[in-house]
Design a protein around this ligand. Structure first.
Ligand SMILES: [Zn+2]
Length: 205
């Protein structure tokens, strides 16, 4: 759960060499990411929207959700999107030992067959950061849309995208039931706005 849209500088510094925003190229580009799925009803809808707009994205999946819905992982890959690991059980690092956390991360990596990793809630201890980075590419973000927040309306979510997007931004949405009421209205509008600004949509690898 993030209370602000942009990660503060101290927090970014503690994570060391994690990726917070992609380096700029000669083209304006953003990277849509969807955390916490795959979820029946939500993830297929997201895939539909992305297909309609001819946009590619990266899905940071929870291993247990993949085990319940293995077909959704295949659909995401078949549509040309990238898959990342978001632990086996959406485990929060700070609340667990390093050994427990790392084995949860490893199970997630096996199930998603991905070495892109994003920590649940963006939280890990320094020891966990070091351990995770030995085998994984740590992918953070510079914009959390906070689509999951009941305090925010779809308008607020779109406003966050408009306010905080930069060239190379890693933008976090959630293909979760919690985010669904905001996501279903905000995602199409956010994509349309990004396109009008001339952004292309990259995939992490
Ligand atoms: Zn998450």
């Amino acid at each position: 759960m993030h209370l602000i849209e942009r990660p503060p500088r101290l927090y970014r510094w503690l994570f060391g060499k994690a990726l917070w925003r992609m380096p700029r190229t000669d083209r304006k580009c953003v990277y849509l990411t969807f955390d916490d799925g795959p979820i029946p009803g939500v993830t297929p809808w997201v895939l539909d929207i992305l297909r309609q707009h001819d946009v590619r994205a990266t899905f940071f999946m929870v291993g247990e959700n993949v085990l319940r819905n293995p077909d959704l992982l295949r659909q995401v890959r078949d549509a040309g999107h990238a898959v990342g690991n978001h632990t086996l059980s959406h485990m929060q690092g700070m609340k667990n030992s390093c050994a427990d956390f790392i084995s949860n991360v490893e199970r997630g990596a096996e199930i998603t067959a991905s070495r892109l990793f994003r920590p649940p809630h963006g939280l890990m201890t320094l020891a966990q950061i070091r351990a995770v980075r030995r085998k994984n590419r740590l992918i953070m973000y510079d914009l959390v849309t906070r689509d999951y927040s009941r305090l925010l309306s779809p308008d607020d979510v779109v406003r966050n995208v408009r306010r905080y997007t930069r060239d190379g931004s890693l933008i976090v949405f959630h293909d979760s039931l919690k985010a669904w009421p905001n996501l279903r209205q905000a995602l199409p509008r956010a994509i349309e706005w990004l396109k009008r600004q001339g952004y292309e949509f990259g995939v992490l690898q």
